[in-house]
Design a protein around this ligand. Structure first.
Ligand code: 16G
Length: 347
């Protein structure tokens, strides 16, 4: 068929490096840019098929920093760049750089995001939330194996809230959180939000206007109503999460330092182990136990037994070609030793 001849011709311009195998994971295809040219071309083909199957149009849309449409000026640049003839491409790029005064000379060091001084207020974008009482709603916190053991203990023993653990990856936490009236999900690397069931939202609305409710109940319901309005239930939205935390701190009259001092994290260590094929490691129990290769989990269990308040697990990364090793124990020295020994057991 003629269209396949065209595909062959065009894909020859985007050759696949010999012997390179990539796997679609949580982060899609992620590797060095020089290895992605053929992937970009081939994913264009796949997107066309996906859209043809669903009878949808194709399209490419740029989204601005806050998720809104790009400005008219940048729409214009998009049109110019997309339509530029090959020989004019660089001059169009230079033109945009000039018009927008984009500094192309300063090397950006991504390892330095800001200078901090003691007491200065800043936040890293992640998800968190608080608990509620009195509405007979099932509230639960969903974590992953990376959640510090102290946080799990605090939630279960002090806050008396149900905690469940899922595999790493927003989609797993999100689905688990949907099982509850109020599901708070949080990954230690910062992804998270709060989900409210329809029933929970209705109960909160009713209580907020219930004339028989006490002022205290009405106040609590109002706070919850505002939380429903503020939090982004579609996805862990760092900005709304941050605003919610600010609101909780203000309402409780506590500082970030007070909040940080509620419990102390157990010392932890994460390491990466590079192995020939990370997929030989298969896990169960929300990634807390390795089922293959045989004997690996026994070795980890033996090592963990040597330390106090210790736990450790290994899992193949979904975004990098490595095995991740995580350990916790009573002291930093112990946990460093444990993580190192567990990573040796992986090789
Ligand atoms: C991705 C996931 C994140 C997960 C991380 C684990 C989404 C939107 N993001 O960033 O949830 O924690 O991968 O990476 O799903 P890892 O598998 O390399 O440890």
């Amino acid at each position: 068929m003629a269209q396949f001849e065209k595909v062959s011709q065009k894909s020859a311009v985007h050759p696949k490096p010999k012997g390179l195998t990539l796997q679609y994971g949580t982060a899609g295809f992620r590797t060095t840019a020089s290895h992605l040219d053929h992937v970009m071309f081939r994913m264009g083909l796949l997107a066309t098929l996906r859209s043809k199957k669903n009878q949808e149009d194709n399209g490419v849309k740029l989204i601005d920093l806050m998720g809104e449409m790009v400005t008219p000026a940048w729409e214009g640049y998009s049109t110019e760049l997309a339509n530029a003839d090959q020989e004019d491409l660089c001059s169009v790029l230079k033109d945009i750089i000039g018009k927008e005064s984009i500094n192309m000379t300063v090397a950006v060091d991504l390892t330095i995001c800001m200078d901090m001084t003691p007491g200065q207020r800043c936040c890293s974008f992640d998800g968190d939330a608080d608990r509620i009482a009195g509405l007979n709603l099932q509230v639960a916190v969903v974590q992953t194996a990376y959640a510090n053991g102290s946080s799990t203990q605090y939630l279960e023993n002090v806050m008396k809230v149900s905690v469940c653990c899922t595999k790493t990856g927003v989609k797993h936490l999100h689905h688990a959180a949907q099982e509850f009236d109020i599901g708070v999900y949080f990954e230690a690397n910062g992804h998270g939000t709060v989900l409210f069931s329809k029933k929970a939202e209705e109960k909160i609305q009713q209580l907020a206007k219930d004339t028989n409710a006490s002022n205290e109940q009405k106040h609590a319901a109002k706070l919850l109503k505002n939380t429903v309005n503020l939090i982004n239930q579609a996805t862990g939205d760092a900005i709304s999460d941050m605003l919610l935390i600010e609101a909780v701190l203000a309402i409780r009259g506590i500082t970030v330092q007070d909040c940080n001092a509620i419990y102390s994290d157990l010392p932890k260590r994460q390491l990466k182990a590079k192995v020939a094929d990370r997929r030989v490691i298969n896990t169960t129990d929300a990634e807390r136990k390795a089922v293959t290769p045989e004997g690996l989990q026994d070795s980890i269990d033996e090592l963990v037994k040597k330390y106090k308040q210790a736990r450790a697990f290994v899992r193949p990364s979904g975004t990098e070609d490595v095995v991740r090793v995580y350990a916790e124990a009573d002291t930093q020295e112990s946990v460093d030793g444990l993580a190192h020994q567990v990573s040796l057991a992986v090789y």
